[in-house]
Design a protein around this ligand. Structure first.
Ligand SMILES: [Zn+2]
Length: 354
């Protein structure tokens, strides 16, 4: 009943010793109601019949008999009470194994927040193609929250999903292809990340930062985008790893514009292209399409100029007030091909050549 959970437990089985994933009460639904907790007085989920459990070896004790029972409703956001119901994972091996403080959250992190457990890159490490990591380029990645959950496990009516859909995005695709998640519990370091849509920023396979989008239009004084403090934006391009597999790159301002254009697009995080980013583009692709917002003609000209060493350059200047996010992906792609052709540059997109 939770293919995502089953798959993740299987994937992490070797590393955490989960063993084979077994079932109890397979395909049975939970029967439950909501009531006040007798101690805290707060609303909580009261289970009458628990329904399906996934059974694995507990990673926190010596269990080898699949005595960690994880209910299929575990780790799903429950909007009525605003929690993930992490208490629905129980270890029957040791008394109170999962009752110890922090254990339920640790299990969630093991299962879902794999990216936050990744080892950080250190100076001198060799990444792809033998490029040594420069000390100055290292960003000390810190996760946005203690509980980040992928968009595709949220209940369908969750407001983060409703917001993205209203803007014309497919939340499942953003979750599965771009690792976009929702921050249900911010870390103590970054309380402002709470209740935001979190977009991970990856460079050369390493997580280097994140950007948190406010859901909806923020009130006055609240940032629309909250970047991981300390992230050196000027050293990165959003979607670099994916776009670098294509023969040309489309340079845009922000992450949502990348989603609107396609896999060949990168974002420079703002209207200005930094020198380091220009160098990165020049060193990676032979062809660039500068496609910034209509209000940034001057910055687009500057970017175009700073990329003058590249064999092929295209610039698209939208009328002021317009930006790539206003259009469908189909429209943007047709516009890019058309403008490139007019400027004497041949692009190959989805196998098509114009
Ligand atoms: Zn245990």
């Amino acid at each position: 009943m939770r293919p995502d959970l089953y798959r993740r437990l299987e994937q992490r089985s070797r590393r955490y010793g989960f063993g084979k994933v077994l079932f109890a009460h397979e395909n049975e639904a939970m029967s439950c109601h909501y009531g006040a907790d007798s101690i805290t007085g707060r609303q909580r989920l009261i289970v009458d019949m628990p329904g399906e459990y996934l059974r694995v070896n507990c990673p926190f004790c010596t269990d080898t008999r699949h005595r960690l029972w994880i209910n299929y409703q575990w780790g799903l956001y429950d909007p009525k009470i605003g929690t993930l119901n992490l208490w629905l994972a129980i270890c029957f091996n040791e008394t109170a194994c999962m009752d110890k403080p922090g254990k339920p959250e640790e299990l969630y992190r093991i299962v879902y927040n794999d990216v936050t457990n990744r080892r950080q890159v250190r100076a001198g490490d060799t990444v792809n193609k033998g490029i040594k990591v420069d000390k100055a380029a290292i960003c000390h990645f810190r996760p946005a929250g203690n509980v980040l959950y992928p968009l595709h496990v949220l209940p369908p009516h969750h407001r983060a999903l409703a917001y993205l859909r209203s803007r014309g995005y497919d939340p499942n695709q953003l979750s599965l292809e771009h690792g976009v998640s929702y921050c249900a519990d911010a870390s103590a370091e970054f309380p402002k990340a709470f209740d935001r849509i979190i977009v991970p920023i990856v460079m050369r396979g390493e997580l280097v930062g994140w950007q948190g989008r406010y859901i909806g239009e923020p009130p006055k004084g609240v940032m629309k985008y909250y970047n991981m403090p300390g992230m050196q934006k000027i050293k990165y391009l959003y979607n670099f790893d994916v776009a670098s597999k294509y023969p040309f790159v489309v340079l845009t301002e922000g992450v949502t514009k990348v989603w609107r254009i396609g896999p060949e697009a990168v974002a420079q995080f703002g209207s200005t292209l930094a020198g380091f980013q220009a160098h990165l583009i020049d060193a990676t692709w032979p062809t660039v399409v500068v496609y910034l917002d209509g209000n940034a003609h001057e910055q687009a000209e500057q970017a175009y100029c700073s990329l003058r060493a590249m064999p092929n350059r295209v610039k698209i200047l939208l009328p002021p007030g317009q930006e790539p996010g206003d259009f469908s992906q189909e429209y943007n792609r047709a516009l890019i091909l058309n403008e490139a052709r007019k400027q004497g540059v041949t692009l190959r997109m989805d196998g098509a050549e114009i």
